[in-house]
Structure formats: C-alpha cells, structure tokens
Design a protein around this ligand. Structure first.
Ligand SMILES: *Cc1c(COP(=O)(O)O)cnc(C)c1O
Length: 360
C-alpha cells in the first residue's frame, strides 16, 4: 500500500514532509554522524534541536515571556495528577468542568489529591453539548478551573475560552493545540500529549505561567514537580529526545504552512465540508450540538449499524484508514488534525457519498 489517509485519533498522522525529513536525517543528522535518538541530551547538537523547537513553538503560539514551556514524559495522563500536586498552593479544592470522557479522567485523578467541585456537566445530554457558562457553579476560592477544550472521543469543542475571573484557567489541549491561534495569556496552564497534533507519542508539552510554579505539595515526586523540570529546562532526567526532535520538525512545517491562522482556515474548511456532507445525507449523522462541533474529531454513525464493518473494510481498501469510532461511542470517527490534508477529507467525503448511494 502506498501512503494512505490515516484518520486515527492518536497516535495520529504526521505530515508526510516531516517524515521524509526525518528519513533524510536518519543516519546522519546535519553532519553529526548520528541519528538524533543516539545523541546525548546534554550535547550541543541536541541542545540546539531542543532550543529551536521551543523557540518555534513560542513563535507559533506567541507564548508570553512569563510562561515556561516544558517537554515532559508521561503523556497528558500524568498531568491529571501533576496539576493538583503543583497548583493547590495552600488551597483544598479545584473546579472542573465535565464535558466528556477526558474530563472524567482528569476529575477522577484530581480527586486523589483534592476536593473536586464539578462546576457543570453535560452528562444528561450525553456530552453532546456544553452547559452555558451562566449556569456554572464557579468557586472563587478554587485553586484553578480545569476544562477540556476538545473532547477527542465525543467530538465536542469549545469555540470560546471560558471566563475564569481571577482563578487560573487550566486546559487539556491534547487534541486541539496548534489547530488555530490561541491567546495563551488567558491561561494558567496549557498541556497536551504529543501524539495527536504535535508528533509521536511519549511526550507532553506543558505551558505554565511562572508564578504558578514552586508550591508543590511536600510529598510530590521529583518527576511530578514543575519547579524541578522548569529549573532543569526539561533536562532533569533524559527527556524523550526523538519525540522532541520530531515535534520540532512539525513546528517548522507549521511555520512553512503560514502558521496557526493559516492552519485554522484549512481546519475550518475541512470540518465544515465533512459536517455538511453528514448533515446533507439521511445515511450519516452526528449527534453533537452544531455550536460545539469539533474541528479535529468528527464522530458519525451510519443509519444502519450493520453496515459498519463493510464500511470500514471498503474504506480501508480505498486508502482511508482507522475510521472506527471509539468503543464508548460506536460508529465512526474521522480525526482530521493538522496533518490531514484537505484532499484526504475530500476523498473521505466522496467515499461516503458513493457508499451511501450503493447501500441506502
Ligand atoms: C489522548 C488524550 C489524553 C491522553 O493522553 P495520553 O498522552 O495517552 O496520556 C488526554 N486528554 C485528551 C483530551 C486526549 O485527547
């Protein structure tokens, strides 16, 4: 099979140009005689790769100077524990919005360390919408307010940043970071696992306002302490060097595409085209409130679920991979992160229309 269109939710597609560059640099990175994964993380070659990646990420997201950028192991799931361990700062409770599967995981881990106040939930609507902000029960004395801007499984995305007043706003951006411009100054902490819109698995990026660093609970393990990682420039221990390097290649690729405003235009066009194709047919449907449909993860069901298997089989034969929906939702899910070109979405739409015509 030649290179297919891969709609996997994560680990997800990486831009072809990035993989080709990694291939060209596989045996000898820039005359060093080594692959990046063979280098000391403290040598000057890797230090330059790491610094360039951070500088490019800072440029892409216009990250203000009073924020640290950390490149950590443990994926986004470790952040579910690191947040309360580091951010309580003498307080005893934190506010959480519950809008789906990833919110729930963040909440259940935080409960191990603090009192969790669920400020609002759309559980009764099967997580297909977002409760209006004027109904949220915010606690002005909360250590922070946590939310999940894009629910990867449900396909639900906030189109605006919540107003947290003076409480630090914390966002799990694993499946939406870098999909559009972002006002970082509105957040206390932004974190994201790498394997959706950044690069390969094995790393989480944490963007944290400096004044929130330094008051971890006394029993916090060193590896879970933001201060230790910030002071060591994410080199307290061996960082995930190859993932960091590939993330850096992705950041350079994003700059070549015109940065995040250009990506936002493309991502919006991709999502609108796919939702329009779903809405215009009686054969496919998507349950999410149209105001909050995700640009990145598009779940849809077939009118007759007995056709799911043959849909997946024929899609695969047509070079459209990994469309099976999450087991908790069923049906299909097309994840269309930055690395999915518009032609890939058009190919999916054509396939869906043809399939519906033949099977309806
Ligand atoms: C995938 C995902 C996670 C989990 O990431 P890991 O790196 O596997 O820990 C957490 N939150 C969201 C929103 C995700 O999409």
């Amino acid at each position: 099979m030649s290179r297919a269109y891969n709609f996997s939710a994560g680990p997800a597609a990486v831009p072809t140009a990035v993989l080709q560059q990694a291939q060209a640099e596989m045996l000898d990175w820039h005359g060093s005689g080594m692959n990046v994964m063979e280098m000391s993380h403290r040598g000057k070659e890797f230090m330059s790769i790491a610094a360039q990646a951070e500088a490019d990420l800072r440029e892409l997201l216009a990250i203000p100077a009073n924020y640290k950028v950390l490149f950590l192991q443990g994926g986004a799931s470790s952040q579910f524990a690191m947040l309360p361990l580091n951010l309580l700062r003498g307080k005893t409770s934190a506010d959480y919005l519950n809008t789906g599967e990833w919110s729930k995981k963040a909440i259940s881990e935080a409960k191990r360390y603090c009192q969790v106040n669920v400020v609002a939930t759309s559980a009764a609507q099967n997580f297909c919408t977002i409760p209006d902000q004027d109904t949220w029960q915010l606690n002005p004395d909360a250590a922070y307010l946590h939310y999940t801007p894009n629910e990867t499984i449900g396909g639900l995305e906030f189109q605006d940043i919540p107003n947290a007043s003076d409480v630090p706003l914390v966002a799990d951006m694993s499946s939406t970071i870098l999909s559009r411009p972002l006002d970082v100054a509105k957040f206390g902490v932004i974190y994201a696992g790498a394997q959706k819109n950044i690069g390969p698995a094995g790393m989480a990026i944490v963007i944290i306002r400096e004044d929130l660093i330094g008051e971890a609970l006394p029993h916090t393990p060193s590896m879970f302490n933001y201060k230790i990682h910030a002071e060591a420039e994410s080199m307290y221990n061996t960082p995930p060097t190859y993932t960091w390097y590939l993330a850096g290649l992705v950041f350079q690729w994003l700059k070549q595409q015109g940065g995040l405003s250009a990506m936002a235009e493309i991502n919006q066009r991709k999502a609108e085209a796919l939702y329009a194709a779903i809405d215009q047919s009686d054969f496919y449907s998507n349950p999410v409130d149209p105001r909050y449909r995700s640009w990145m993860n598009v779940p849809f069901t077939l009118a007759n679920s007995e056709l799911d298997d043959v849909f997946l089989k024929e899609a695969k034969a047509a070079g459209l991979l990994t469309l099976k929906g999450h087991r908790s939702v069923g049906g299909m899910r097309a994840s269309i992160y930055n690395a999915m070109p518009e032609e890939g979405v058009q190919a999916l739409i054509s396939f869906m229309q043809d399939f519906a015509q033949r099977k309806a």
